[in-house]
Every structure is written in C-alpha cells, then in structure tokens.
Ligand binder design. Structure first.
Ligand SMILES: [Zn+2]
Length: 369
C-alpha cells in the first residue's frame, strides 16, 4: 500500500481544490479495495482519522489553516465535504470487512446436513439380564409380583430362617463370602454376601401375609473359583407361592408351564427327589434336552434330560419364622423354586463358558444385539 502525502495546494482556485480532493478520494478508494481483515481496516482508519497526523488532520492543517482569508470559506466547505465522504467510506469499508469475515466463519462452520451422520451403535440388554427378564415375564403373566432384597445379607436371613441351623452341614453346600471383622456380633447378625435369592422369601413373608406369589430376580455370590460353569457372582430367579391348599401338583404344573414358555411347547419336565433345607419334599427339575429333543446328545450326556432347577414344598420349619404374620403351616402351604439365570442363558444361546458373560467382549455381546 502506498503511503501518500497530502497534496500541496498550489493555489486556492476551485479547480485546484476539486483536483486535490478527487486525488485524495481516489487514494482512499484504492485503499478500501485492498483491505482484507479487521486489522488492515484499523490501520487504514487510523491513518485517515487519527487526531494527530491523520490525513484529514493534515488536510485541515495544510489546506484550511494555511488558506488566505478570502479562500477560507471555499476551502472549509471542501474540507468538510471530504471529511464526511472519507468517514462514510471508512465506515462502509468496515461493514464490508465484517461481512466478509462473517461469511468466512459461516463457510468454515458450514454443516453439510446431507452427509450421513456418525452411527453410534445402540446398546442392548446383556444376555443374562435379558434371560432374567424373560423368566420374570413368564411368572408375571401368571400373576406373580416381583420381590427384591439386599445383596449383603445377615446370616439370619440367608441361612437360619431358611432352616439352615448354625453349624448345620447343609451350609457347606454354599461356600459363603463373609464380611470381615464381625466376630463380636451375634452369629445371626453377621453380614455375608447372599448365596441365594431365598432370603427375600422370608423378608417378603415378614411384610406381607398370605396369599403370596413372588418371583425374586437377583445377583448372588459364592466362594466358587471361576470355571466353565461356575462364577463367584451369578444370578438367580427364585419363586415362592403360598396359599391355602397349594400342592406339589401346583408346583409341577407351574414349572412345566414356565419351561414350555421359555423353551418351547414341546419341552417336557420331570422331577427327581432331592434335598434343600428350606423345602420338604424337595426336587430337582429336569427338562427334556432342548438340543436333541430327548434322543440323547453330548450336551445332555446322552441322557435326553438336562437338570435345570431346584424346587419343593416350603418346609413348615420356614413358616415357623413368620408364623406371627399369618403363615401357619397347618392352614397354608406353598412351594418354592430357584434357578440359575446364567445356566438357562447358556442353554438358550448355546454358550460354552460362563465367563463369556462377564468379560465384556463386544464380539460376544454384539451377537445378542
Ligand atoms: Zn441332548
């Protein structure tokens, strides 16, 4: 950009004045065309308008102040006119610069809405939760409500009230994780990680008089090392029905219906005598192998049957603990059952190792999406 001096006036004739004004305005216009940024513009503005030594100040000093008396009026008019036009041109140039930078910003921020967006895969329910919900839904459809309870339980709810007396060998079947440092507490108040969802049976019966139909989904803990079928943390769905005249027949009918709802109408069930402290009589329920329809295969160890859950009629000793709330074993009876959710999920989805459920490997989990 050329820096120019204010033209010297040779005389104060109108022609000479017009010529000098035109020369300055032409220089001004040249400069505005060359402006590219806000800082260009500021430099430009200061050169023209600065009080000290700005071009307009120089014009004032060298033209107007130096003009002889008679010419002052004519010079003053032109200087004012030049000033107005210069100020307007400088302001306009600012507007243009600002508009251009706004345009540039808009161009930089331009969003092409026709581009495909970033697809974030939507999460799905974990297969264990999915199966747990399916099981619960089957029982909900039969009129069961859902019961929940704490994962950190007392010895009383986890064992004693379920007819596992202290030091009873039945406790050995559930290798239990106890909370440390509770030696001073009475044994029944000591805390542990619940080994089954069954404590919620007692907790619910304490709150709610019979009749009762609940399913209890939840997480349970045992001191089992991780192998293909065992995990220290796993999930159960427990069920409890208490009413007048409940018989083993109701238990069989209910579970048979539930298994058909879960695995298909062609599935058969059978019951084998078993033992659990809180049921009497107790049974293990087996379903006909869902892989070979009972013909015999590797999965059912060629027996045609797969053991799936434990069940039985509620032991009258258990009702003793909640007798004050209407659970009189002479008037009412009930059945209970409990199943491992992972086990059923492994059967349903033919998963070979239980650890796959907990490793969080997306390649495994995305198969359930
Ligand atoms: Zn089979």
């Amino acid at each position: 950009m050329s820096v120019y001096a204010v033209p010297k006036l040779e005389d104060y004739s109108p022609e000479a004045l017009d010529c000098a004004v035109a020369e300055l305005l032409a220089a001004l216009n040249n400069e505005t065309d060359a402006l590219r940024s806000e800082s260009d513009w500021k430099t430009f503005r200061d050169r023209w308008l600065a009080r000290k030594n700005g071009i307009l100040t120089q014009v004032n000093d060298t033209w107007l102040k130096a003009a002889p008396g008679p010419a002052k009026r004519e010079v003053g008019r032109r200087v004012n006119d030049l000033k107005t036009r210069a100020e307007t041109a400088i302001e306009d140039a600012h507007g243009k610069i600002r508009g251009a930078s706004a345009d540039a910003r808009l161009a930089a921020e331009h969003l092409d809405i026709s581009l495909p967006g970033i697809q974030r895969p939507i999460g799905v329910k974990h297969p264990v939760l999915r199966v747990m919900d399916e099981i619960v839904a089957v029982f909900k459809a039969m009129g069961y409500s859902i019961g929940e309870g704490p994962e950190v339980e007392t010895d009383y709810y986890n064992f004693e009230s379920l007819n596992f007396p202290p030091n009873h060998p039945a406790r050995d079947t559930q290798d239990t994780l106890f909370i440390a440092g509770q030696e001073r507490k009475p044994p029944r108040d000591r805390l542990l990680l619940r080994t089954h969802t069954s404590p919620v049976q007692i907790r619910t019966m304490e709150k709610q008089p019979p009749p009762l139909r609940i399913v209890i989904p939840g997480k349970v803990h045992r001191n089992d090392p991780l192998d293909a079928t065992h995990s220290p943390v796993f999930h159960q769905v427990e069920g409890l029905a208490v009413d007048r005249n409940i018989t083993f027949c109701d238990l069989k009918g209910t579970l048979d219906h539930a298994m058909k709802a879960l695995f298909g109408a062609e599935v058969k069930t059978r019951f084998y005598p078993s033992f659990f402290p809180f049921t009497e009589p107790s049974a293990d329920m087996q379903v006909s192998c869902i892989f070979c329809s009972g013909k015999g295969c590797r999965k059912c160890k060629f027996s045609g049957w797969i053991e799936l859950l434990g069940c039985g009629m509620v032991d009258p000793n258990v009702f003793e603990f909640v007798k004050q709330n209407g659970y009189d074993s002479l008037k009412i009876s009930g059945f209970a059952f409990g199943m491992g959710v992972e086990r059923i999920a492994m059967l349903k989805y033919e998963v070979e190792g239980i650890q796959l459920f907990y490793e969080g490997d997306v390649r495994f989990l995305e198969q359930f999406a």
